[in-house]
Ligand binder design. Structure first.
Ligand code: SF4
Length: 59
């Protein structure tokens, strides 16, 4: 599946690791323990994984 542009709302992210664990090629933790996109693109399903809705994917 094609990857899409992704953004993370750091005021919402709780650092649960769901995105990093499921898509380690797309997400990594920053020094604050919050998720960051690795390349700025990710699988669209990643947005559904986040329990707090911090991941937004450009359609
Ligand atoms: S799934 Fe959501 S809350 Fe969990 S680390 Fe990723 S962006 Fe943060």
């Amino acid at each position: 599946m094609a990857k899409k542009k992704v953004k993370i709302d750091h005021s919402a992210c709780i650092g649960c690791g769901c995105c990093v664990g499921s898509f380690p090629e797309d997400f990594q933790f920053n020094d604050a323990g919050l998720a960051e996109p690795v390349t700025g693109e990710a699988e669209a399903e990643a947005a559904d994984l986040c329990p707090v809705g911090a991941i937004s994917v450009e359609e």
